[in-house]
Write a protein that binds this ligand. Structure first.
Ligand code: SF4
Length: 76
């Protein structure tokens, strides 16, 4: 399972980034915030390619692992 808390290799930046930059970049690349609001995204020459790579990156699946949760029936 992926560790969402640790620095990891980003296929969009092609380098290791921390989790904060991953999250901010994901927001920019998924058009949730403006690209220009994440200054590091200016490092990336081909933003359209980065959008595609980011959409396919396992770290972009923020709900990953949720299916594994067991829900306490008393809470339903
Ligand atoms: S989700 Fe996007 S920003 Fe985060 S590591 Fe993957 S490609 Fe990079």
């Amino acid at each position: 399972m992926l560790d969402y808390e640790s620095d990891h290799y980003c296929p969009a930046y092609k380098r290791v980034i921390d989790i904060d930059l991953c999250y901010e970049s994901l927001m920019g690349l998924s058009k949730s915030v403006k690209i220009s609001s994440v200054k590091e995204l200016s490092e990336i020459k081909d933003i359209e390619e980065a959008r595609r790579v980011c959409a396919e990156c396992p770290y972009s699946d923020l709900g990953a692992g949720m299916d594994d949760w067991e829900i306490d029936p008393d809470l339903l």
